[in-house]
Design a protein around this ligand. Structure first.
Ligand code: GRF
Length: 185
């Protein structure tokens, strides 16, 4: 199942590339967004669990209930931090795609921060989600060169092209084993 918050172009790539190695069982979002529309258009069950900053614990419990019991939880452009009430249930089978080469530039502005730092190479990281912000074990990475004149938007678009391929490659290599994910890539 896939978690989204926004445009959902990564979700679209995951949906379009489904084959015998994985299927998207459900899409859950914290806000009404294009990702939810994409799921519905593809005939995939979709649910919004509106984020509630005044009751993070309750929101995490509602998120866990909405997610159900999938083999894998994929955070693909999901912009909220998942708390213990969620992770205790899904740690080891929750993965995230991040638009930078972790451990450099974690957080919500990975592309902007890499550009501001002046790096010449950045990229995409798929990693397991743990209690930290983009700190979980790295599964796969691909580099993207920063080009002269790049803006945050132009660089992010090139990174997202790579992210769309990398997350599919990771999902195709993933196997559910006793409640955790084994990914040989
Ligand atoms: C991706 O770059 C993802 O890594 C980041 O947000 C972007 C999501 O894009 N967290 P989209 O909504 O899938 O188009």
């Amino acid at each position: 199942m896939v978690l989204v918050s926004g445009t959902g172009s990564l979700l679209q790539s995951i949906i379009d590339n489904q084959d015998e190695s994985y299927r998207v069982s459900k899409v859950v979002a914290d806000v009404d967004c294009q990702g939810i529309e994409r799921a519905r258009a593809a005939g995939i069950p979709a649910e919004i669990v509106a984020f509630d900053a005044t009751d993070r614990k309750g929101w995490n419990h509602r998120m866990a209930a909405a997610v159900g019991e999938p083999d894998a939880v994929v955070s693909a452009g999901f912009m909220r931090i998942l708390g213990p009430a969620f992770l205790q249930r899904f740690e080891g089978r929750t993965i995230n795609t991040h638009p930078a080469l972790l451990p450099a530039f974690p957080g919500a502005h990975g592309v902007r921060d890499a550009l501001a730092y002046g790096v010449k190479v950045t990229g995409s990281t798929v990693h397991f989600v743990d209690a930290g912000v983009d700190t979980g074990a790295i599964i796969a990475q691909r580099a993207v060169e920063v080009e002269p004149g790049d803006t945050e938007a132009s660089l992010h678009e090139r990174i997202k092209k790579v992210e769309r391929e990398l997350i599919v490659a990771v999902l195709r290599a993933a196997r559910a084993e006793q409640g955790t994910l084994r990914i040989d890539i």
